[in-house]
Design a protein around this ligand. Sequence first.
Ligand SMILES: CC(C)(COP(=O)(O)OP(=O)(O)OC[C@H]1O[C@@H](n2cnc3c(N)ncnc32)[C@H](O)[C@@H]1OP(=O)(O)O)[C@@H](O)C(=O)NCCC(=O)NCCS
Length: 187
Amino acid sequence: MNTILPRSGDGFLLRYFAIDDAQQFVKIESCPENKKYLGLPSGSYDDQIARFKKGVSNKDEFYKYFYAIEETSSRQLIGRAGLVKLASSPEEFEVSIVIDKPFWNKKFGTKILKVMINIAFIECKAESIHATIHPENQWSQKLFKEYGFIQVGVKNIDGNSSDDDDLVFKLTKNDYDSSTATAKELG
Ligand SMILES: CC(C)(COP(=O)(O)OP(=O)(O)OC[C@H]1O[C@@H](n2cnc3c(N)ncnc32)[C@H](O)[C@@H]1OP(=O)(O)O)[C@@H](O)C(=O)NCCC(=O)NCCS
């Protein structure tokens, strides 16, 4: 892994996960809203801890851009942010961000999504970034739209469409570059 870490941001830093993060990671993912919005696999507490530990020790390409979010002042683990290369195309990445509920609505998501977009387009040389978002997850949709993501479809896993299907959002490098350029021109 040659990714430069930790990356410091305003009030947070991104680093790799450690085995000691297991309990807090599972606590964050177990919040009912996160479970519902992310469609996380169920399982006992012990199963979830074991799955996390397996992931941390498995340092392959999949985890290269999978980061722990740490709040700088408290040094507390407050979430995760990841980029995964889509199997369908090496230039397309899927981004996901999960923040511990007590830390929602404090602008961490806004700041971290910007960092992840830059990692995807600059470091990973992605041509586009995807995000799958639950239809009831209004704040997440709002956040991604702010950065120019547009809805391109729905993720229909079992072939039967339903109101619960995740929405698929996409941001292309060209659109992001031109929106950034426009923002600069406007001052
Ligand atoms: C979606 C998520 C990452 C956003 O992170 P966040 O740190 O709460 O987001 P921000 O504080 O940067 O806010 C983003 C926007 O959502 C709004 N928002 C976020 N939480 C809110 C709340 N509880 N009440 C009202 N508005 C809220 C903010 O007002 C903001 O809009 P603004 O820019 O117009 O002010 C976070 O809420 C989360 O982890 N949710 C559960 C997991 C998830 O849905 N992940 C996304 C799928 S990839």
